[in-house]
Design a protein around this ligand. Structure first.
Ligand SMILES: Cc1ncc(COP(=O)(O)O)c(C=O)c1O
Length: 397
């Protein structure tokens, strides 16, 4: 009888798995849960989802759909009514005509990213990604045999990729330049004219611009413009997760150039058949005036949280050289306070009971100098977090 060790030694894990890193934030979260199990109060500012629940009209629509609609698979492109509703949303919010035929409903924008990379990348093709940036992108690219090329970005370019940076990093193997606006982890945006320049660059070099607009709707004081205005050849992803506050429903969408939609459809059919039928029917109610009123009020609340936290963190000694315009993140330089942001995040958790994410999750460009703070808690909890951080920092000096 082979023992457990023999069986384990026969495990064969694909080589690509060596390039797929876990989220460091999970380590912080595990530690936080352990402290909580021991009776400590932890303020969670590490998690990338707001504390708001799904708007009631969406939940009601889901309940009705369970009673009235058979929960069969849908088309891999999504139910026509939802594709039409998203198309109308582009008209109403952005003044853009985006035909429903170009909109593919997906299992979260995670699936949209996988589909976009899947139809565009050959093995060895390069994707330009801002560093710091959303970590899953580079892992998706790796998983598909592509090569993520991390472009270091800092305060000079508002922590964003620009056409000049992309042009300098472009090689004959570059297939995609990607931007996320607003960005995770920095909350900063790419100006519309810069997006237009990126689209032109990609076009001239025979590549594609892919823009992640998942944090649209969560911009404070203004509405974002979509990269879709920069040409019909741009790929855009978006989601019901963030603005619509439906993270766990796993629903998003991809807007692809018309000529690619059939390829996207084939890949979606094979990868996961279709997005959740229940979530799709529920999401139809996300665009109702009642839902939008709820979402806009919450957007105001997030703006108030940002406006409280930014100056409070600066007063504590964090450096935030570029004001985040959207999402619910502040990417702060903590180098005046600590030499290693990972050790700092652990110390802050253990001693102050505040969970934050170390820069390590978001790339290799100066991660030790940065932390990400998610303002996904009410202002009263943020005030408490600032008090605790202040006391902790005062004690250390
Ligand atoms: C920048 C960015 N893109 C994509 C995603 C994926 O989100 P989902 O699959 O829930 O749409 C996230 C999630 O945090 C994100 O921050």
């Amino acid at each position: 009888m082979p023992g457990m060790d023999d069986r384990a030694s026969r495990l064969h894990v694909a080589a690509r798995m060596a390039s797929i890193a876990p989220f460091e934030v999970m380590e912080i979260q595990t530690l936080a849960r352990r402290l909580e199990a021991g009776g400590r109060d932890v303020i969670h500012l590490e998690i990338g989802e707001p504390d708001f629940t799904t708007p009631a009209p969406v939940v009601a629509a889901a309940k009705r759909a369970l009673d009235e609609t058979p929960m069969f698979y849908t088309s891999a492109l999504g139910i026509p009514a939802l594709r039409e509703a998203i198309s109308r949303f582009y008209g109403e919010r952005y003044g853009l005509a985006v035909p429903a035929e170009r909109i593919v409903v997906t299992a979260g924008s995670s699936a949209a990213l996988l589909l976009a990379f899947g139809v565009l990348l050959d093995a060895g093709d390069e994707v330009l990604l801002a560093d710091p940036g959303y970590p899953c992108n580079r892992h998706f690219v790796h998983a598909l045999g592509g090569v993520p090329r991390l472009v270091p970005v800092g305060e000079r370019s508002r922590y964003q990729i620009t056409a000049d940076l992309a042009a300098a990093a472009w090689t004959p193997r570059t297939r995609i330049a990607m931007a996320a606006s607003p960005s995770n982890p920095t909350g900063t945006m790419v100006a519309p004219d810069e997006i237009a320049r990126l689209a032109t660059l990609a076009r001239e070099r025979g590549g594609t611009l892919l823009v992640d607009e998942i944090y649209h709707g969560l911009t404070y004081g203004f509405d974002a413009r979509s990269a879709l205005e920069s040409g019909d050849d741009v790929f855009v992803i978006n989601s019901f997760s963030k603005y619509f506050q439906m993270t766990g429903w796993r629903l998003g969408w991809l807007v692809a150039p018309a000529a690619y939609v059939r390829e996207v459809e084939k890949l979606a059919q094979n990868l996961y058949i279709s997005a959740s039928t229940l979530a799709q029917h529920a999401a139809l109610a996300a665009f109702s005036p009642e839902s939008i009123a709820i979402l806009e009020a919450r957007r105001g609340e997030l703006a108030a949280r940002r406006d409280f936290l930014l100056p409070a963190l600066e007063a504590l000694g964090f450096r935030i050289p570029v004001k985040p315009e959207g999402a619910f993140y502040i990417y702060a330089d903590c180098s005046r306070l600590a030499a290693d942001s990972f050790a700092f995040a652990r110390e802050v958790l253990e001693r102050a009971g505040v969970a934050i994410t170390p820069g390590k999750d978001f790339g290799i460009h100066q991660p030790e100098r940065h932390i990400r703070i998610a303002y996904t808690q009410p202002v009263a909890r943020l005030e408490e977090a600032v008090l605790r951080l202040g006391a902790f920092l005062a004690e250390r000096t």
